[in-house]
Design a protein around this ligand. Sequence first.
Ligand SMILES: NC(=O)C1=CN([C@@H]2O[C@H](COP(=O)(O)OP(=O)(O)OC[C@H]3O[C@@H](n4cnc5c(N)ncnc54)[C@H](OP(=O)(O)O)[C@@H]3O)[C@@H](O)[C@H]2O)C=CC1
Ligand SMILES: O=C(CO)COP(=O)(O)O
Length: 335
Amino acid sequence: MARPVRVVVLGSGSWGTTVAGLAAHNTPTLLWARNPDTAAEINEQRRNSRYLGDRELPEGLRATSDIVEAAHEADVLVVGVPSHAVRATLEQIADRLRAWVPILSLAKGLEPGTRLRPTQVVSECLPGHPVGLLSGPNIAGEIADGMAAAAVVAIQDDSVATALQPLFASKVFRVYRNTDVLGCELGGVLKNIVAIAAGMAEGLGVGDNTRAMVLTRGLAEMTRLGEAMGADPRTFAGLTGIGDLIATCTSPASRNRRVGEALARGLTLDEALAELGQVAEGVKTAPTVMELAREYDVEMPIAAEVEAVVAGRRTPAEAYRGLRKVAAGHEQDIV
Ligand SMILES: NC(=O)C1=CN([C@@H]2O[C@H](COP(=O)(O)OP(=O)(O)OC[C@H]3O[C@@H](n4cnc5c(N)ncnc54)[C@H](OP(=O)(O)O)[C@@H]3O)[C@@H](O)[C@H]2O)C=CC1
Ligand SMILES: O=C(CO)COP(=O)(O)O
């Protein structure tokens, strides 16, 4: 009888640990934590208290702080560290992975400097493997609590996606497939910036109509840039686009939204990030996205205002006043 597929997840933050927990219900799963104390807590107490509080992790989930041991074990590799850490993490396991192990990225940011998407960084560091992502409206704490949700495995080869789907799915976690890797990945990256804008709006005490406007015009910006870069615009109407945008912009648990709210309360960016203590990818991604907007000649007024706020050139109130000055064009102008 063939042995079960072994899933290895790199990164023991809130989402890496949660995804490892999903996989552990289906198949043997090993989680790499760079901090040995985190690995010990997961193995001995079945908890990751820093990121998931008191939530109990599945019995089958094992953890290690030895990344090379983790790589040797992988039949499927999941990369769950933040975007800025993907390259340095994977460089430690170059040549350590067996041939043709599929790799899924969880990261929703762009690599500072190179402007590469996480799947592109993965392909550069570990060439020759099928590379895709798992993405969708997935606030980690809710999924760790067993609340119903859905995500998408996006990978070019649909037969690989079909093989990966059941590893992460459960009765309450639906996993769809999509071959538009670019569109799915950009959805997760770009919604974080709109979520910072939504958080600022929340902090400034706007009304429901303003909230709806930010989400809808934010989606238009995401779709415009995505289409200009070669993505299928229909992807932005799916789970990894509007789905994730709604979850992140409306959930008080979203770290990106919380940063926006904190800035609107008058905290500096450093104070807001220190208060958060977790990653908010939109902060580092906003300047990179504005570089892409200029390169592809795409108008992104909301992202531009968010970038100006995180760079300290404007306050959230000034940013919202700035948005009022943007001329209202034809609603259906995409590119
Ligand atoms: N949380 C969520 O709800 C979701 C998050 N995501 C995405 O998943 C990715 C991971 O985020 P998430 O788990 O939330 O992040 P967290 O902030 O919860 O945790 C970050 C994790 O990455 C590790 N880490 C940080 N910097 C480095 C580094 N330089 N090298 C190696 N490891 C590092 C941390 O280790 P240590 O604890 O030792 O500092 C920790 O394990 C992000 O791109 C995020 O956008 C996607 C969907 C949902
Ligand atoms: O990507 C997420 C939900 O899908 C998590 O968003 P935050 O990083 O803003 O918490």
